[in-house]
Design a protein around this ligand. Structure first.
Ligand SMILES: Cc1cc2nc3c(=O)[nH]c(=O)nc-3n(C[C@H](O)[C@H](O)[C@H](O)COP(=O)(O)OP(=O)(O)OC[C@H]3O[C@@H](n4cnc5c(N)ncnc54)[C@H](O)[C@@H]3O)c2cc1C
Length: 456
């Protein structure tokens, strides 16, 4: 049974019997998905058939062939999983509110279920759909363990203010998932297969950025990645997670971003395997508190990706240092092509461009240096978000907007000692990295021409 607190009614439609559609968007998985479970429960209760659709938009901001490839392969697996549950799955191509509204009209759908997403483009799509349909529309938070609207009703200052609110409600929401039942009657929706080859040719954004080979997409691959983390890395997580030469983090962020696995499943398995351990504690802090803090920020602060979204103290200090002389200044192309004077920064950029996933510790250094070497904090936000969204498999995510805003604009952080350009924004430098890990080893690895992850 899906908890009512996960459900937000976006629109009470005309009350008449008719089929149910789950508009899958952020949570691209069949199993352990509260939105899918809610949609099936609703269809059973109403004795109406259920179908699932995914709307494939071309030119999704920042998305590249790398992202479409990962996503479409994951969706192909969703199709196979749904077939086993006797639930038809349709891939609709074109502007989501329009293609979906046409689909709803064609099949006489009366109930639309969709998943929660705080990002503005998704909110715009949903808003547009509401004007085009008379069906009821329900939004289910299947991403946050404690639903975003329930955890807090305001934009939190930092992890220290959200953490107690999440901890208070966690035991209520961190429960086991029921199995998704097989649909008894799919009504007039035929169980057809989608054309995945044409689908990959459909999106138009950035076809030159290639897919990655080292990480397989989909629900099954995500489960394997989780098991590998449990078996081989969790025990080193607390001590080694900030060392980019150690493979000690979970590598789960692309799966979480595309919804191939739920954070709730990850948390349940982590707690089962290693309860009450410092590694578990520090991992759950990232997975639950930090991740859900990003959704909180993007949901309650509509300027989450810009200078205007920074806290007042940070805007003030950055304004005071706006005209400070910069020792180095680079344009977007120089950053993108890893042509700065700093081999460590260039190595981090190449790790992202080649592998599609920069190590978490390097992301902080990388974004802070963009602030140091651009004309203004606005330009720094623009460059870092564009690069992050274009190359990281987990990009275009609340975590990415908040990661850039934390690094450049002090979001969820506090004021530090004042210095040029940064003002009171926390500073990071090469020497600090050298104290933490073997900088030369990392730099050699990513600057090496023989690195098997060759660029394009
Ligand atoms: C400038 C910058 C940009 C970033 N861009 C992104 C992005 O585009 N997408 C993204 O998912 N994360 C982003 N992060 C946050 C973090 O760096 C990544 O989530 C993490 O490196 C992913 O690797 P992992 O799954 O192996 O992490 P693990 O250390 O294994 O952590 C497990 C999970 O916890 C969550 N998590 C970890 N660190 C953070 C954090 N600092 N904030 C919020 N959640 C966190 C993620 O969901 C992650 O998958 C960014 C951070 C910074 C500073």
């Amino acid at each position: 049974m899906v908890k009512t607190e996960r459900v937000h009614v976006l629109k009470e439609g005309i009350k008449k019997p008719g089929p149910v559609v789950y508009w899958m968007s952020r949570e691209q998985r069949v199993n352990e998905n509260w939105a899918m479970l809610f949609a099936l429960d609703l269809s059973v209760k109403l004795q109406q058939p259920l179908t699932v659709v995914f709307c494939l938009a071309s030119n999704f901001p920042g998305a590249t062939l790398r992202h479409y490839d990962f996503m479409l392969k994951g969706l192909e697996e969703v199709e196979a999983g749904l077939l086993k549950k006797n639930i038809p799955f349709y891939l609709l191509m074109g502007s989501p509110p329009e293609t979906l509204a046409d689909f709803i009209a064609e099949y006489g759908i009366c109930h639309v279920v969709t998943d929660f997403d705080p990002l503005s483009i998704k909110r715009k799509w949903k808003g547009d759909l509401l004007t085009k349909t008379t069906a009821s529309v329900y939004e289910i938070d299947a991403h946050n363990i404690v639903p975003c609207r329930i955890a807090s009703q305001k934009c939190e200052f930092g992890a220290y203010t959200l953490r107690p609110k999440i901890k208070k409600r966690l035991h209520e929401f961190l429960d086991e998932y029921p199995m998704l039942a097989v649909q008894k009657n799919q009504g007039s929706f035929p169980l057809t297969k989608n054309d995945w080859i044409s689908a990959l040719q459909f999106p138009l954004s950035n076809p030159e950025i290639p897919p990655v080979e080292w990480m397989k997409p989909g629900e099954a691959a995500a489960k394997i990645a989780l098991q590998t983390f449990l078996d081989q890395k969790l025990e080193r997580y607390n001590e080694k997670r900030n060392d980019p030469n150690e493979d000690a983090t979970s590598q789960l962020s692309p799966y979480l971003h595309f919804g191939h696995i739920s954070a709730q499943r990850i948390a349940l398995e982590i707690i089962k395997n290693l309860p009450g351990n410092p590694n578990t504690e520090s991992f759950l802090e990232e997975l639950i508190v930090r991740r859900e803090l990003s959704d909180n920020f993007c949901f309650y602060n509509h300027q989450y990706d810009s200078f205007e979204g920074f806290p007042q103290w940070a805007r003030k200090t950055l304004n005071e240092h706006r005209h400070d002389e910069r020792e180095y200044l680079y344009g977007f192309d120089e950053f993108e092509n890893a042509r700065t004077h700093d081999p460590l920064w260039n190595a981090a950029q190449l790790e992202m461009v080649k592998s599609g996933k920069m190590h978490g510790y390097m992301r902080m250094y990388w974004a802070k240096k963009i602030l140091e070497w651009t004309q203004s904090p606005e330009e720094a936000m623009d460059f870092s978000i564009r690069l992050n969204d274009r190359y990281q498999l987990d990009g275009r995510d609340p975590n990415g907007y908040v990661g850039c805003a934390w690094s450049i604009g002090g979001v969820h952080d506090r004021a530090w000692a004042e210095r040029p350009v940064f003002g009171k924004i926390r500073f990071m430098n090469y020497k600090g990295c050298k104290r933490k890990f073997d900088v030369d080893k990392y730099t050699r690895k990513w600057l090496s021409k023989t690195n098997p992850l060759t660029l394009f």
